[in-house]
Ligand binder design. Structure first.
Ligand code: NAP
Length: 330
């Protein structure tokens, strides 16, 4: 039985990756910053809380991570913990930089000190590329890194720290350069979650309209349960490498909103308002990627269409709302 440590287990990727690894018969150790206040809704919703071992740790404290590795002797570490919101990173640039960069540096130092055979997955991000010339799209692994937000900068630094430890110390570190991926477990401060929950509330009469920022931006969206599969694949091949993980298609936020509203038989023209206060200081206009390397080297491909993704997210959200109600959560 292999042992995996997942940092950021309380997040959306952490919960779905835990389920995948449990299905593969792993012992899963979930690291959270604070279990008392930690949000275990994701693990509870997937009904796997009792199957993982949860442990509190401070990833900014190297000694804490060293003790963790000595105690659990993991085969694999999946580093998913991060301040993951681009929007929030403009409000909290220093905190975002500090946590997202120092946490991976500490993990890699701990691996170097305790056991260099531990394999590490680092969650890098398409936000590292910033505003790419539209004529050069789609983005692949060879693109110049030029982030346009504190979040993107933190992920770029974390990415290069990972590459450096791979090259300098021959540690197996794979970086998944993930484009946006969504699930019902997305935090409420993310626009996709806000659109779907608001549309459902409008439908039931609890809300009058949805307020959004810039809807002309185009993103490459995928579904979390499909993307966590490739995280595992990256650590279970012969060589560590970096991979762009995406659907390969761009769709605008406007299109996302319209599909959700029309699926729920709501009128997006009447029920959606724009608020300039929700625009970001710098916005990536359009990004989408090329997943060819992951397909060729990892035999991973993303099959879901954009319409299927929207349908699935709405279906999951309805189930989640019912589950929350039956568990008397709010
Ligand atoms: P998420 O739902 O926001 O989860 C983030 C996790 O990190 C949570 O467990 C959270 O713990 C933890 N965390 C956040 N700030 C922390 C801090 N200061 N100290 C300790 N723990 C902290 O994110 P996700 O969507 O699962 O994403 C997983 C990883 O993939 C992240 O590194 C993200 O940056 C990266 N990524 C995501 C996407 C995407 O579209 N989802 C795309 C590219 C890359 P709490 O529960 O305690 O808040």
């Amino acid at each position: 039985m292999k042992t995996a440590i997942i940092t950021g287990i309380t997040g959306q990727d952490g919960a779905y990756l835990s389920r995948l690894l449990l299905d593969k018969n792993y012992k899963v150790i979930g690291v959270a910053r604070n279990l008392l206040a930690g949000n275990l809704n994701g693990l509870n919703f997937l009904n796997i809380t009792k199957d993982v071992e949860l442990v509190e740790a401070n990833l900014l404290d190297l000694s804490n991570i060293i003790r963790l590795l000595e105690k659990y002797q993991p085969d694999e570490i999946y580093n998913l913990a991060a301040q993951s919101s681009v929007g929030l990173s403009f409000e909290q640039p220093i905190g975002t930089l500090e946590f997202n960069i120092i946490s991976i540096a500490n993990i890699l130092e701990a691996v170097r000190i305790v056991n260099k055979d531990i394999k590490v997955y680092q969650s890098s991000s398409s936000e590292m590329y910033g505003n790419v010339d539209k004529n050069k799209l789609p983005i692949d692994e060879s693109f110049i890194i030029h982030p346009a937000s504190p979040y993107g900068i933190s992920k770029a630094s974390a990415h290069w720290i990972s590459v450096n430890y791979r090259e300098a110390y021959k540690i197996f570190i794979a970086c998944g350069i993930l484009f946006n991926h969504e699930s019902v477990l997305r935090r409420p401060n993310f626009v996709t979650k806000k659109i779907i929950t608001s549309a459902l509330k409008i439908k039931s009469g609890e809300l009058q309209y949805l307020t959004v920022g810039n809807t002309s931006v185009q993103r490459d969206w995928g579904y979390v349960p499909e993307y966590v599969k490739v995280m595992w694949k990256m650590l279970n091949v012969n060589e560590a490498d970096d991979y762009v993980i995406c659907s390969g298609e761009a769709h605008s936020l406007q299109e996302f909103i319209e599909k959700v509203f029309i699926t729920l038989k709501l009128d997006p023209v009447k029920l959606v308002k724009t608020d300039k206060a929700l625009f970001r200081p710098v916005e990536l206009e359009v990004i989408y990627g090329n997943p060819a390397k992951a397909k060729n080297k990892l035999d991973w491909s993303y099959q879901m269409s954009f319409d299927e993704l929207i349908g699935q997210l709405i279906e999951d959200e309805i189930k989640y709302a019912e589950w929350m109600k039956s568990n008397k959560r709010n």
